[in-house]
Design a protein around this ligand. Structure first.
Ligand code: PMV
Length: 309
């Protein structure tokens, strides 16, 4: 039996503009995770994936070519140079990461599968290989993914991501985040497509907005490295203003952002695709509970407080 896990993630700054080659920063969230367990329990050759949370069982050989869990399995087997009829593997998959909420559930499930399956086959993959295998599945989930989700989840470290450049970087002082779920599912594929349509319509204005966001991300990286959480908070506020201009915020997100700020958060914004999913707030450790309570009172379905180190 081989068991592997992968964490959730949030994007701190730079969502959407990262799709257009600007930088973004993402951090792992270890309070939620996906788990995959591989056993040699199948009676006949092949691989079965049992997505236990949703009660789905998938026979990889019979699955459609765009079924994400099967694609992850097929690509991992191909990478390992093993064919489906050489194995008899049962893969049980579970996740505590809410779906369609910007916490990287798809990337985490794929990462857990890649890790469990490859280790079960005796292969120990580096984070870069895990990330590129997961990226193939992300294309099915998101259409034109920037690659940030697979990167942060596979490396399990804060990442500064810019196109092909991935930099794992040090956090000067722990950052405390409150992550609040609107409870409104939102498909990243859709918000990304809407931003693309708007960008096509008014490329110059959107390129300017993306540049501005990129500038905030670069400044944030310096603020994080030097441990200036206060500066990070105000950069996140400015990023939120620009995300509103991209039209990916929503009244639910705004209500949570407002509540967090009112309760003393140093900065707050949406995280991920937007129009639903999660808002994040950077908080002082001693103020975290107050912000958590305020977010709950403002209607958050769930609040995770996490320390990024
Ligand atoms: O919704 P999430 O957390 O999967 O993040 C999507 C981030 C985008 O920049 C909107 C899209 C992408 O591929 O980077």
């Amino acid at each position: 039996m081989t068991r592997a896990q992968a964490p959730g993630k949030v994007i701190l700054l730079g969502e959407h503009s990262v799709v257009y080659g600007r930088p973004a920063i993402a951090v792992p969230v270890t309070e939620v995770r996906a788990t995959a367990v591989a056993t040699d329990a199948r009676a006949s050759p092949g691989v079965t994936v049992r997505a236990e949370d949703i009660g789905r069982t998938i026979d990889v050989a019979a699955a459609p070519s765009d079924e994400p869990l099967s694609v992850t399995v097929r690509n991992t087997l191909a990478f390992a140079g093993v064919s489906l009829d050489e194995v008899r593997i049962d893969l049980a998959v579970r996740s505590t990461i809410p779906v369609a909420s910007g916490l990287g559930s798809g990337a985490a499930v794929s990462t857990a599968i890649v890790r469990a399956l490859s280790r079960h086959l005796g292969l120990f993959l580096e984070a870069a290989s895990v990330s590129s295998l997961v990226y193939e599945t992300e294309k099915i989930h998101h259409g034109t993914p920037s690659g940030i989700d697979n990167t942060v989840v596979a490396y399990e470290r804060p990442v500064y991501f810019c196109g092909r450049d991935v930099e794992i970087f040090e956090v000067g002082q722990p950052i405390w985040l409150a992550i609040a779920d609107t409870g409104v599912p939102s498909l990243t594929r859709e918000t990304v497509a809407d931003v693309r349509a708007a960008w096509e319509h008014d490329t110059e204005a959107y390129e300017e907005l993306f540049d501005e966001i990129g500038g905030l991300v670069t400044e944030s990286r310096a603020a994080i490295s030097s441990g200036d959480t206060r500066a990070l908070g105000s950069l996140m506020d400015r990023n939120q203003g620009l995300l509103c201009e991209l039209d990916v915020s929503s009244p639910d997100l705004e209500a949570l952002i407002e509540a967090a700020k009112h309760a003393g958060a140093l900065g707050a914004k949406l995280s991920g695709g937007g129009r639903g999913g999660n808002a994040i707030a950077v908080v002082e450790p001693q103020g975290a509970e107050r912000v958590r309570d305020a977010l709950r009172a403002a209607g958050a379905r769930n609040v995770i407080v996490t320390e990024v180190k």
